[in-house]
Design a protein around this ligand. Structure first.
Ligand code: AMP
Ligand code: GLY
Length: 426
């Protein structure tokens, strides 16, 4: 089979790496890809939002299956663009990707179908939002409705902060049109857990759980980032939590989308928070997480092509989804200064040490080849150093050992990825 992967981050590297293990994959392309993906796929210089070019490429190369990693093209309707041309593509259509593309939509869906989530109101008028805040309890959470690179959520401790947040999002349009509508919701406390799942329009099969570290600095301080590292499984996703979510969250969400005439096929990423009142949904994503894919896919035993095809064909019930007992930890190596300002273009040493290693992986995010043919840093998040281990502690030790195998100027990473592992009291 010929496979095309759309995207250019660590997540797409993990997907491409997993696809490359399938005996069914004869040729893999990735658009636009990065320097690491180039080891397992032929990178094609087409951007993820250039649907016409991607469709033309897929037709020309007779691509059998396209897997879309990123949120923007999914929310923008890439799956519809491929399907219209009779091309097979893994991911939700535009009318289903709205589950991630509009927080107001997803909140209304959860309310209508009694899926546990924070209490909220949606606003399209900044004055109405401010009037509502006058009587609100703090802290409170403001969310831009649309995609905002994971940065459209503000936790406000006072009325002043919240008013300024409304102005930023709705009037100054800090996140562009994503802020035309805003959700204001109750602040929840608890441990966060990510559960990725495959969905075929009718049924859902969950993958292993994971826990992300979103903040830039040790001790979960500093600004929110796309994710500085994570681990899988998370011990906080206990059998009781799983049982609850199966009953009240996972299948109910898939059923709700179907009932709304928006059947979902692809990956639903459930962003959960384990509150004192039980698990609640913080957010949905309509794709693999980044870096969740980097810790979940190395543990998956199935051929990813089989699973993607089953989602497309509505035959996921025939897939016995299985994960290794081994744990996996990913430590993101970033450019110092991320997520604000950072320099790029520094050569990276030590990458070859991962070649042929089947327990430690170096997934590339922001990397590229310079004119001299060297691999250089090309983004805020540069590499996801990922390791398996017989349990979480061993995987974490292995990941930090592997971190030392790579060097580049301005290399920055958190030293406490997986600290939650030690906090679990069973
Ligand atoms: P989201 O993009 O909706 O997942 O929000 C990003 C991050 O903001 C989450 O991972 C949480 O850490 C935090 N967050 C979002 N909603 C809430 C909430 N209602 N209460 C507390 N924290 C939240
Ligand atoms: N790591 C969080 C996300 O992919 O949205």
């Amino acid at each position: 089979m010929k496979i095309l992967i759309v995207g250019s981050g660590g997540r797409e590297h993990a997907i491409a790496w997993k696809v490359a293990q399938s005996p069914k994959a004869d040729k893999i392309y990735c658009a636009p890809g990065n320097a690491g993906i180039a080891e397992v796929a032929e990178c094609v210089d087409i951007k993820a939002m250039e649907f016409d070019k991607l469709v033309a490429f897929a037709k020309e190369k007779e691509i059998d299956l396209t897997i879309v990693g990123m949120d923007d093209p999914l929310v923008g309707g890439i799956v519809d663009a491929f399907e219209v041309e009779g091309l097979r593509v893994f991911g939700p259509r535009k009318n289903a990707a709205i589950l991630e593309g509009s927080k107001a939509f997803s909140k209304d869906l959860m309310k209508k179908y009694n899926i546990p989530t924070a209490a909220y109101e949606n606003f399209t008028d900044p004055e109405a939002a401010i009037a509502y805040l006058e009587n609100a309890k703090f802290p409170i959470v403001l969310k831009a409705d649309g995609l905002a690179l994971g940065k459209g959520v503000l936790i406000c401790n006072s009325l002043e902060e919240a008013k300024a947040g409304v102005r930023e999002i709705m009037e100054d349009k800090k996140f562009g049109s994503a802020g035309n509508t805003m959700v204001i919701e109750e602040f929840l406390t608890g441990r966060e857990v990510s559960v990725l799942s495959f969905v075929d329009g009718n049924i859902v099969k969950t993958m292993a759980s994971a826990q992300d570290h979103k903040r830039a600095k040790d001790g979960d301080e500093g600004l929110n980032t796309g994710g500085m590292g994570n681990f899988s499984p998370t011990p906080f996703y206990t059998p009781e939590v799983e049982e609850f979510c199966k009953k009240y969250v996972f299948q109910p969400t898939v059923d709700a989308m179907k009932a709304e005439g928006r059947p979902f096929k692809g990956v639903i990423f459930f962003g959960l928070i384990l509150t004192p009142d039980g698990p609640k949904v913080l957010e949905y994503n309509a794709r693999f997480g980044d870096p969740e894919a980097q810790v979940v896919l190395p543990r998956m035993k199935n051929d990813i092509i089989d699973v993607c095809e089953a989602c497309i064909d509505g035959t996921l019930d025939q897939i016995d989804l299985q994960f290794m007992d081994d744990a996996c930890v990913c430590v993101v190596l970033a450019s110092d200064g991320y997520p604000v300002a950072y320099e790029k273009g520094f050569p990276i040493q030590g990458l070859d040490s991962f070649k042929g290693d089947d327990r430690n992986f170096c997934f590339h995010a922001g990397t590229k080849f310079n004119e001299a043919g060297e691999i250089v840093t090309n983004g805020g998040r540069v590499l996801g150093i990922t390791a398996l281990g017989k349990d979480l502690k061993e995987a974490r030790a292995n990941a930090y050992k592997a971190v030392d195998r790579v060097s580049f100027d301005n290399k920055y990473y958190r030293h406490d990825i997986g600290h939650a592992i030690d906090e679990f009291k069973g």
